[in-house]
Design a protein around this ligand. Structure first.
Ligand SMILES: [Cu+2]
Length: 212
């Protein structure tokens, strides 16, 4: 008789938690269509987000590209940089929140770095000019990155006032606005952005750079 009551209480508690949280679903587009690789986040204005327990992320070097192109993490996250290529890379960042370099290391090896400070960190490679990736380091745990459909789903958010922010490598500045989220609601919103030209360096044709 005792177990079922515990189950019932657990179920009620879970239901209650769900009813008390809020959500937000964003559909992001630009002049080119659905906006991929945008980071949408909600930073609480009236309370501190829960502290980060432990988090890891991975940015791979594969086929002489970084993958993924955009990574969003919380401050304090450990990022692994495995080299899955047959060639070596020299990862570097001169971005303020995290200046570092990981000189050449062999295929199959991996290095790690901790990202402690919030902001956007741009990664390059000293050998391959076209290699670029972004690490968006956030204080808040409530963020989402868009895929090809441009949709960012933010849910399980405590109700309250937030700063909604949308970042993308090709926005002149991040979009921000205050928003209030109510318990049990998950409104949808569409936002359209004007992107700057894509300044990514075109990759050298395969085979023309010999050993590189
Ligand atoms: Cu490289």
């Amino acid at each position: 008789m005792r177990l079922p009551i515990v189950f019932l209480l657990t179920a009620l508690f879970a239901l209650n938690l769900r009813a008390e949280t809020a959500g937000l679903t964003l559909t992001l587009t630009s002049q080119e269509g659905p906006l991929e690789d945008a980071v949408a986040s909600l930073t609480p204005l009236d309370f501190d987000p829960p502290p980060l327990d432990r988090a890891e992320a991975e940015i791979v070097q594969d086929n002489k590209e970084y993958e993924p192109y955009v990574t969003v993490i919380r401050a304090g996250t450990v990022v692994r940089f495995p080299n899955r290529d047959s060639v070596q890379h020299h990862i570097y960042s001169v971005s303020k929140p995290k200046r570092f370099e990981l000189p050449l290391y062999a295929s199959g090896e991996s290095k790690t770095e901790v990202f402690e400070r919030t902001g956007v960190v741009t990664l390059g490679c000293n050998i391959h000019d076209w290699m670029i990736a972004y690490v968006v380091v956030m204080h808040t745990p409530w963020f989402a990155k868009t895929k090809f459909d441009g949709i960012a789903r933010l849910d399980g958010i405590p109700p309250g006032r937030y700063r909604l922010e949308v970042w993308h490598p090709r926005l002149s500045r991040a979009f921000t606005r205050e928003i209030t989220l109510a318990a049990g609601e998950n409104p949808g919103e569409a936002l359209t952005f004007k992107l700057k030209p894509d300044r990514r360096i075109r990759r050298a044709p395969t085979g023309s750079t010999g050993g590189y």
